[in-house]
Design a protein around this ligand. Structure first.
Ligand code: EPS
Length: 392
């Protein structure tokens, strides 16, 4: 399975084409819309989210509610487009109808993109590099998530940090954590931290600043053996890290203990192995059990049957009300950047995007291991592998 996205932030629409999903998977735009709506929530978003009420249109690859096995086209329209018809027009006759943006924002793709592509108008860079693109990636992720769901793989996540506020990490079962985080304006299951995070965001907003944070994606029900230890580009941890790092503003990724593993001796890092046949009787995919999950469900580039736990760190959004020093690329004179509209914090949205890209990687890993042109074939192949594992 592979996919591609296209579209500019203030263009008419975002488009994704997904290729390689088996036939027979039930897909609906409503189910995609519920994920798009999650991405638009979260305390700290700016005025744009009031304009954009995202919804997905499925234009190919699905007939009567089920995938055909052919490429799936999904479109998310930009409602803001009405304000940008000439300014973002593809027609040569509209050339010059918008003032060129010549003031690059520190921390954004603006300056290096303009240098690389030879643009004197930074808009030609910022439109595509904008995190608006994540809307359609969440749509692709919603399809991948549906595929995983029918194979009894569940994906969710929580916000663990906003700025300097760190939530108490809960020991509750993951679905309970997802339920609690859905009721928090910051998708954080620790409500006293949610309150402190909101205060911090209010303070940042009033001083024209922005805030980043950390999100954790959690996946349960994965079979052991997805990914590979044999080749660098087939290792699932490397692919998940790449996908997370591809999200706009993500600057760090941790798997399981992550950087903390480097600070501990091996005896406090590696998850001991036990064998317990009753676990299989209780529904586990293998009788090999672990009392701890410091590895975050991945060993040697492969899933080990434990929950997958990955974290991504988001830097603060570079578009600030508070002026930052920069240089005008037309005059080469310094200026202090100021903006009209921006988000103060988009960490909850980043969680939804992170879940989406992890779902996409896992769907790809499932299809690599089990193949299948129809959903039934994929399921049969997976069941046969799991049957073998129970006796291993
Ligand atoms: C973004 C800047 C803002 C965000 C946008 C991403 O848009 P604008 O400059 O039009 O106000 O609202 O995010 C979205 C539109 C979205 O759907 O997430 C940026 O520069 O990355």
């Amino acid at each position: 399975m592979r996919y591609m996205t296209a579209g500019e932030s203030h263009g008419p629409q975002l488009t994704a084409i997904i290729e390689g999903l088996p036939a027979g998977l039930k897909i609906s735009s409503e189910m995609i819309d519920s994920q798009l709506a999650r991405r638009q929530q979260g305390y700290g978003r700016g005025g744009r989210m009031k304009i954009e009420l995202d919804s997905a249109e499925i234009l190919s690859g699905v007939r009567w509610g089920k995938t055909l096995g052919s490429p799936i086209t999904i479109v998310v329209k930009n409602r803001d487009w009405g304000n940008w018809l000439e300014k973002m027009s593809p027609l040569a006759e509209h050339d010059g109808q918008a003032e060129a943006v010549t003031r690059p924002r520190p921390g954004h793709a603006d300056l290096c993109g303009a240098m690389k592509y030879g643009h004197s108008d930074v808009r030609n860079i910022l439109e595509r590099s904008s995190a608006r693109e994540t809307a359609v990636r969440v749509a692709v992720g919603a399809v991948a998530r549906t595929f995983l769901n029918v194979l009894d793989i569940r994906i969710g996540g929580i916000v663990t940090e906003v700025g300097s506020i760190k939530a108490e990490i809960s020991k509750l079962p993951y679905p309970k954590q997802w339920e609690l985080s859905a009721a928090s304006e910051l998708f954080c299951p620790d409500y006293s931290s949610t309150t402190k995070m909101k205060e911090l965001i209010d303070n940042a907003k009033s001083t024209g600043d922005t805030l980043g944070g950390v999100v954790e994606v959690q996946v349960i029900g994965l079979p052991p053996g997805l990914g590979s230890c044999m080749h660098w580009d087939r290792k699932l941890d490397s692919r998940i890290a790449m996908s997370l790092m591809s999200i706009q503003a993500i600057k760090g990724v941790e798997i399981g203990l992550g950087f903390e593993a480097a600070r501990r001796p091996g005896s406090q890092v590696h998850d001991e192995i036990y064998y317990d046949l009753s676990a299989v009787e209780a529904g586990a995919k293998t009788a090999y059990t672990r009392p701890t999950n410091h590895a975050g469900g991945l060993e040697g580039g492969m899933t080990n049957g434990e929950p997958l736990l990955v974290r991504a760190a988001m830097k603060p959004i570079p578009t600030l009300y508070k002026p930052l020093q920069s240089v005008d690329i037309a005059t080469h004179k310094p200026f202090e950047a100021s903006v009209e509209r921006s988000d103060t914090c988009a960490v909850p949205a980043a969680l939804v995007v992170a879940e989406a890209v992890v779902a996409i990687e896992l769907a790809q890993a499932i299809l690599e291991k089990f193949g299948g042109d129809s959903l039934e074939e994929t399921r049969r192949n997976m069941d046969s592998y799991l049957k073998g594992l129970r006796d291993f």
